[in-house]
Design a protein around this ligand. Structure first.
Ligand code: GUN
Length: 293
């Protein structure tokens, strides 16, 4: 078993990004600029966004955080998105999800200029991704592709099972893994909460991508010997033995599953760290105008 080490890869990618940002700066004085819109203070969104902003500054990019109270109206939010769309100094825009219930996330996402949609959530980017055209690919799936690529994991002809059909991870992942490219060319099975014989299907996976958001759901008996396992989960589970009172757990029961695998991502230190790198890679592409429409 070999660990797919997100810590090592993310440090490598950050160094590459810093060098590329320095190059653009010296060529034309342009500094890639990511804007995040954050609504309210609930959940872990604030921590995630702070970490995105900090990582941008670390590699020499500009970052701007625009905050709104939970009470912000859909119109006000859409107005703010339009302002960013029209600002030529701002290259990439993310609106952190979830949004309060009175705001349609779909409507907000569709207002973002697809050329600035570095989260890859706009239907145009999802459609272009599905067709294999140049597009922004959402951060977590792109981070997973980067892990597979950088560890030279063979994917062609393999059976890839995706567990979970979220718009942010499961759905794009299932599309990406069947595309005629590398990483890709897999035979993909997309599974979800209504799937029958889930354990049996998982056991037939050469590449298992667990993205259902249920701590330690994937157990040893659900994994084939030699499989590649990618764990997208990250949940806080009460743990009295920890000073913080909780432990971070993935969707995979690591101690049981890891010994059976050829490669596995740890939690923490796996997919999560790659996500922010992908967002910065997309912001760099946006600043360079590399994704065309
Ligand atoms: N909420 C959870 N993950 C994400 C993400 O990748 N992007 C945004 N905008 N919101 C999220």
């Amino acid at each position: 078993m070999q660990l797919l080490d997100g810590k090592v890869l993310s440090l490598q990618i950050k160094q590459e990004l810093a060098a590329e940002v320095a190059e653009i700066k010296s060529n034309n004085g342009k500094i890639p600029h990511l804007v995040a819109i954050l609504v309210g203070t609930a959940g872990r969104s604030e921590t995630y966004v702070a970490s995105k902003m900090k990582s941008c500054e670390e590699v020499g990019m500009h970052s701007t955080l625009i905050r709104f109270d939970d009470s912000v109206s859909e119109e006000e939010l859409i107005h703010a998105v339009r302002d960013v769309n029209e600002n030529p100094d701002m290259d990439g825009l993310i609106v952190q999800l979830p949004l309060p219930a009175h705001i349609s996330a779909d409507k907000v996402m569709e207002t973002i200029d697809p050329k600035k949609d570095v989260d890859g959530f706009h239907p145009i980017n999802i459609g272009r991704m599905a067709k294999g055209l140049p597009a922004y690919i959402s951060a977590t799936p792109q981070g997973i592709l980067e892990i597979l690529k950088r560890y030279n994991i063979e994917t062609a002809g393999k059976h890839c099972v995706v567990v979970g059909r979220s718009q942010i991870v499961g759905l794009p992942m299932s599309i990406l893994m069947q595309r005629n490219t590398y990483p890709g060319n897999c035979t993909v099975t997309m599974t979800h909460s209504r799937t029958q014989n889930l354990a049996e299907i998982c056991r037939s996976a050469d590449i298992l991508i667990a993205a259902l958001g249920r701590p330690e759901f994937i157990t040893g008996d659900m994994v084939k010997e030699g499989a590649v396992v990618i764990d997208v989960g990250l949940e806080r589970v009460p743990d009295a033995s920890k000073k913080s009172g909780f432990a971070l757990k993935g969707d995979v029961k690591f101690d049981e599953v890891a010994p059976k695998t050829s490669y596995i991502t740890p939690v923490p230190g796996g997919v999560g760290l790659m996500t922010i790198c992908s967002l910065m890679q997309n912001t760099l592409k946006a600043a360079r105008g590399e994704v065309y429409y």
